[in-house]
Design a protein around this ligand. Structure first.
Ligand SMILES: Nc1ncnc2c1ncn2[C@@H]1O[C@H](COP(=O)(O)OP(=O)(O)OP(=O)(O)O)[C@@H](O)[C@H]1O
Length: 241
């Protein structure tokens, strides 16, 4: 489903990804952890070509690209991959339902009623069917993030990428978003999660990838966090970010 091969990325002189190799199988859930600035978000964003890579190759959902990707492939890639960020990026002037149906009617050219049916389904998936007529500002941060997840799911992605989706939330709102992700995990969705929630990573991920200074330093099952083998990972788990 995902294969990164020797991926390098520079921002000016800053060599942010220093030869990343990573594979994700269909149905697999990978959590990427590591210090702030270690390149986790950049690695994730390269999977959706939100950042172009400078060297190496990326294959995601059958689309292979290097530094560039043809426009038509990019369109298909974006249809296959859903990405959710720390900020919800909902349109404030549109209802919850319209936030979800907009891309379905404009990009996928669906009828309004078809799109509404999908919106109802995905809102039920995230437990917010009764909020469809509300506006984002009438919802809590956790609810807004669940709408953002529903909006991604509406496009029928094969792969979901989550970039620190609970970082902006108060601890009491974090749980409701993590429960939605856990539910997606049970339903078999392939996912890559960048997260600071170690307990959650251990619970939901099949494999945990530890990034350190632009490289994948260690990867393994959840036991990797219970029994860290390298001083860097030990120190990270003791001291956090
Ligand atoms: N658009 C950008 N332009 C320039 N530098 C960037 C850009 N995005 C990221 N960087 C730099 O790349 C490095 C890695 O950033 P990245 O966001 O991938 O780290 P991260 O591990 O996700 O950190 P955090 O946990 O704090 O989100 C940092 O030094 C950052 O300043």
């Amino acid at each position: 489903m995902v294969r990164l091969e020797n991926v390098h990325k520079w921002f000016g002189d800053n060599h942010v990804l220093k030869g990343i190799d990573l594979s994700v199988k269909p149905g697999e859930i990978i959590a990427i952890i590591g210090q702030s600035g270690s390149g986790k978000s950049t690695a994730l964003r390269c999977m959706d070509h939100l950042e172009h890579i400078d060297k190496g190759s990326v294959t995601v959902c059958g689309h292979t690209f290097g530094e560039n990707i043809p426009k038509s492939d990019l369109k298909m890639l974006r249809q296959d991959v859903g990405i959710v960020f720390q900020s919800y990026n909902l349109f404030p002037h549109l209802t919850v339902e319209r936030n979800i149906t907009l891309a379905l009617t404009s990009v996928k050219k669906m009828s309004r009623s078809q799109a509404q049916e999908i919106a109802n389904t995905v809102l039920a998936q995230v437990g917010l069917q009764e909020k469809s007529r509300m506006y984002p500002e009438q919802l809590s941060g956790g609810q807004q993030q669940r709408v953002a997840i529903a909006r991604s799911l509406a496009m029928g992605p094969k792969l979901m990428l989550f970039d620190e989706v609970t970082s902006a939330l108060d601890p009491q709102l974090t749980g409701e978003v993590l429960r939605v992700i856990e539910k997606l995990a049970r339903e078999g969705m392939t996912m890559v999660l960048v997260t600071h929630e170690m307990a959650f990573a251990m619970k939901v991920a099949h494999r945990i990838v530890y990034m350190y200074q632009g490289k994948i330093h260690e990867q393994g099952g959840p036991q990797m966090l219970r029994d860290p083998q390298t001083p860097e990972l030990k120190q990270f788990l003791d001291n956090g970010l």
